[in-house]
Design a protein around this ligand. Structure first.
Ligand code: AMP
Ligand code: MG
Length: 343
């Protein structure tokens, strides 16, 4: 299959993408978080295609994307008390809400759970596409399972060229990290995955919000099933440095490493290091602009992959605001428990 590249700024191209979705084809499209791999959510065959194209485990449920609240009627069985307030404040935007699922929603979407995840993306191309097809669209991140999520159409093509019908190009994803997943079927809402909307922002609107504790036992059923799998992992091992004496520790590591070195650091840290010319260096931006660090993170991991580095040294960022989502993704990329790298 040839994967078509469609220009998201052209109405005719967006309509063509909508027609492909209506026919049950797979179409990747830009959102404000990362690029999603879309399929018509109520078409089981189409949804199975997503798992196949990504190589995604079938018990990792998908987020359904909508452009109007009215579309919820076909997807959920009940509107939890906090839903209206949260949708009013954060939709369209990077907040996924977990609802009790409606009868029509296939088990392929929910990984067999009795809940369904839904969000309204805040991106003009995503919204235009959802309006043009007038269907709920299931869309996980448009990467091969386990790899960093795509923030550019080129990343999607790198992973899925020939496996999907089309990709709609809409430039760089602004947030750069996936949505926050919030379970509102509980009395106190629980963040299952930190993301584009912070705990602080949610608490301002609905009061107390809990953060799901990472499960220790792999056999136990996690509340966000997808989070138990390896995620965001480049080929090279990722080491997160968080010593008090960060620059000294990093400099020692850099000096003693003899292979192909990759660095992914803030510009403040980079400025203090002596870096060999042979190293591949990605500047994540300023420590004082965590949103910018978030936006650059996945592309940085992919750049270092392309350079075929043998190790990646990076640094810990504060667990405040979007920093907690950054540290969640970095810890997963490094394959370590988040609590081991709290700054
Ligand atoms: P991705 O589509 O790659 O952004 O991943 C979707 C995330 O949403 C995964 O971590 C899933 O585990 C989570 N998710 C989707 N549906 C549900 C659900 N019904 N209950 C809990 N978590 C969900
Ligand atoms: Mg994903």
């Amino acid at each position: 299959m040839d994967t078509k590249i469609l220009d998201g700024t052209q109405a005719a191209a967006v309509n063509e993408a909508a027609e492909l979705l209506k026919m049950g084809q797979l179409v990747a499209f830009p959102t404000e978080t990362v690029y999603g791999l879309g399929a018509y959510a109520l078409n089981k065959e189409a949804v199975r295609g997503i798992y196949q194209a990504k190589g995604r485990p079938s018990d990792n449920p998908l987020i359904v994307h909508i452009c109007q609240k009215e579309q919820l009627t076909d997807l959920i069985s009940e509107l939890p008390p906090l839903a209206e307030t949260l949708m009013e404040k954060f939709w369209p935007g990077p907040l996924t809400l977990i609802f009790p699922k409606g009868e029509q929603v296939p088990a392929e979407i929910t990984g067999g759970l009795d809940t369904v995840a839904v969000r309204m993306p805040n991106h003009p191309v995503a919204l235009a596409l959802l309006e043009a097809c007038a269907l709920p669209i299931a869309a996980p991140s448009a990467n091969r399972s386990g790899k960093p999520s795509p923030t550019l159409a080129a990343h999607v093509l790198h992973d899925l060229n020939g496996r999907i019908a089309a990709v709609v190009d809409g430039g760089a994803a602004e947030v750069g990290l996936e949505s926050t997943v919030l379970d509102i079927t509980q009395t106190v809402p629980v963040i299952l995955r930190p993301g584009g909307i912070t705990k602080e922002q949610l608490e301002e609107v609905v009061g107390q919000v809990e953060l799901a504790t990472p499960h220790g036992d792999k056999k136990e059923t996690p509340r966000a099933p997808g989070m138990k799998y390896t995620h965001y992992a480049p080929e090279a091992p990722v080491i997160i440095c968080q010593a008090q004496d960060l620059e000294k520790e990093l400099q020692e590591k850099i000096n003693s490493f003899t292979g192909k070195l990759g660095l992914m650091l803030s510009n403040e840290t980079l400025a203090k290091l002596k870096i060999p010319k042979t190293a591949t260096v990605v500047d994540l931006g300023s420590q004082n602009n965590l949103a910018n660090i978030a936006a650059n993170l996945f592309a940085a991991l992919r750049t270092l992959d392309e350079a075929e580095v043998e190790i990646i040294y990076t640094e810990a960022f504060p667990h405040t605001q979007i920093g907690s989502a950054v540290m969640n993704r970095l810890s997963k990329a490094a394959g370590v428990e988040e609590k081991e790298v709290i700054k």
